[in-house]
Design a protein around this ligand. Structure first.
Ligand code: PLP
Length: 265
């Protein structure tokens, strides 16, 4: 991961468990004290879950909420009203369900935290812009059961005392991600994926593949009068391309016909 992503010195790579959902709690537990405020952007389903979980620990300022577009957009970079003194700034690089993807990396004062569950390894990323990147493995890296956390070292060692040890970044780093039994088969498969990425052009190669795949899908959808994609052009995901039936009255029939043909979930 260090080689493929060009992860600089001063960052630790942790292999944890509990999924990206676990990190929705682990991040405030590790990076905040009671009474702190954090900034979170709401671009859809996964942001909402991150916000709900963070609210158990800290005061959350939703710095931008894309509700008005029914979560089919990302906010303008200039519209991100940061809270002075916020413990961190969190966003979801790609909303896996909505197919809404940031086309920029926010430039903020607070440590930048990113849910990259469906973005990691899909293209080159400048890790040095981030305080912490996390990703459940099961989209781009391997099977479920591993959560990758790439954390800047100065952000570790401040976990709240009640933080479970297996979710304390400093303790996990000190134990080389083996504070508890690691999911060895999942790690083995993740490593095979990384080798495959390396053999296939590294992250530049992945970016080219992903862009090409997405372009084909959007082209087919846009050229069709039967399907539509609701996402704003600048926010269209390379990773998840949702489609709707353009005529909503056909949606029920489409879904049941698809299920009859074995195409469901
Ligand atoms: C962007 C994003 N964040 C968080 C999650 C939750 O991850 P997990 O199932 O590993 O908890 C997912 C999907 O599962 C996701 O796509």
């Amino acid at each position: 991961m260090r080689e493929l992503m060009g992860i600089p010195e001063g960052y630790s790579v942790l292999f944890m468990q509990g999924g990206a959902s676990g990190q929705f709690s682990a991040i405030p537990q590790n990076l905040t004290a009671p009474g702190d405020t954090v900034d979170i952007v709401n671009t859809g389903s996964w942001s909402k879950k991150a916000i709900a979980e963070a609210k158990k620990y800290v005061s959350v300022n939703v710095v931008a909420d894309e509700k008005a577009s029914n979560y089919s957009t990302v906010p303008d970079a200039a519209a991100l009203a940061q809270t002075p003194g916020a413990a961190y700034f969190h966003y979801t690089a790609n909303e896996t369900i909505g197919g809404v993807e940031f086309d920029y990396v926010p430039d903020v004062d607070a440590p930048l935290i990113c849910d990259m569950s469906s973005t990691i390894m899909s293209r080159p990323i400048d890790v040095s812009k981030f305080g912490l990147i996390y990703a459940g493995a099961q989209k781009n890296l391997g099977p479920a059961g591993i959560t990758v956390v790439i954390v800047r070292d100065d952000l570790m060692g401040k976990a709240r005392p009640e933080t479970p040890s297996v979710w304390d970044y400093a303790q996990m780093a000190a134990a080389d991600s083996m504070l508890n039994t690691p999911p060895t088969l999942a790690l083995y498969l993740l490593n095979l994926t990384l080798k495959w990425v390396k053999k296939n052009g590294g992250l530049e190669g992945m970016a080219a593949r992903n862009q090409a795949k997405a372009a084909k899908l959007y082209e087919a959808i846009d050229n069709s009068d039967f399907y539509s994609n609701p996402v704003a052009p600048n926010a269209r995901s390379w990773m998840n391309v949702p489609f709707l039936v353009a005529d909503p009255s056909l949606e029920k029939e489409f879904v049941s016909s698809a299920a009859d043909a074995g195409l469901t979930n």
